[in-house]
Write a protein that binds this ligand. Structure first.
Ligand code: PGA
Length: 246
């Protein structure tokens, strides 16, 4: 695992975008795994700038998002479908048919989850998975205690995750209690992983993930066993790691 510590959120975003752009230039038909939440917003802004000003081409790129809230229609203001449309998909030349997000409203959720896994396989697997990290160490919506063998499925959200995400909803009560998420085994099959962490709220989780015991209690700690992971953290998020403590 390579830990790269940068001074600011802006630098983290620019570095992450440069990492993605380098892959797309090397492999124009790359398959990207994408994340939502506050952390990747700056990455997406920079990718949009690279597309508009430097012609970064997404026309042959395929994307798979990590997760979606269960029960939210695609056009709900807080859905991850809307988030991706507003932050990336609507702003670059990705083909809509090449973008994938689990449905939060499928009638047969098991079939939807199996279809999602199959679509990733048919695309040839994920070349680069972007991840955030929850304050509780989750990746995707794989909360503490999730088996490392888990695959795409419906999960219950912990109360701390619901509280952390309440800022996107009118009230805590309206934050869904469940979500569809890629599993940890699904994420670990990506050929390369780029985890982004910003802010002091992430410091404890990040230190546990990169330097602690590999345990399902800290889902992100599984990344220590992946052959190709880069962790990009700003100083606040890295403050708990030995690298900054010395
Ligand atoms: P955030 O979410 O980027 O909004 O902090 C990260 C996560 O919960 O995985």
């Amino acid at each position: 695992m390579e830990l790269v510590i940068v001074d600011s959120y802006r630098e983290l975003s620019l570095r992450a975008a440069a990492h993605v752009a380098a892959l797309l230039r090397r492999k124009p038909n790359a398959v990207l795994g994408l994340a939502t939440g506050s952390t990747p917003v700056g990455l997406y802004q920079e990718l949009v700038r690279l597309h508009r000003q430097e012609g970064l081409d997404f026309s042959r790129v395929t994307t798979f998002n990590l997760d979606e809230y269960w029960g939210l229609p695609d056009d709900h203001p807080a859905s991850y479908h809307r988030f991706m449309q507003e932050n990336l998909f609507g702003l670059v030349n990705l083909r809509p048919e090449n973008t994938h997000i689990p449905s939060g409203t499928a009638e047969n959720v098991e079939a939807e989850c199996e279809r999602y896994e199959e679509a990733i396989r048919r695309a040839g697997g994920i070349d680069l998975q972007i991840l955030g990290i929850g304050q509780n160490g989750h990746i995707g919506f794989n909360e503490p205690g999730t088996p490392f063998t888990s695959r795409t499925r419906v999960v219950d959200l912990t109360e701390d995750t619901r509280r952390a995400n309440a800022r996107f909803f009118p009230s805590l009560e309206e934050v869904p209690r469940r979500a569809v998420t890629m599993g940890i085994a699904t994420i670990m099959e990506a050929r390369e992983i780029l985890l982004l962490a910003s802010g002091k709220e992430k410091a404890a989780a990040l230190a546990a993930a990169v330097e602690g015991e590999v345990t399902p209690e800290v889902p992100a700690s599984v990344l220590q066993t992946h052959p190709r992971v880069t962790v990009l953290a700003d100083r606040a998020a890295a403050a708990g790691t030995r690298r900054l403590a010395v």
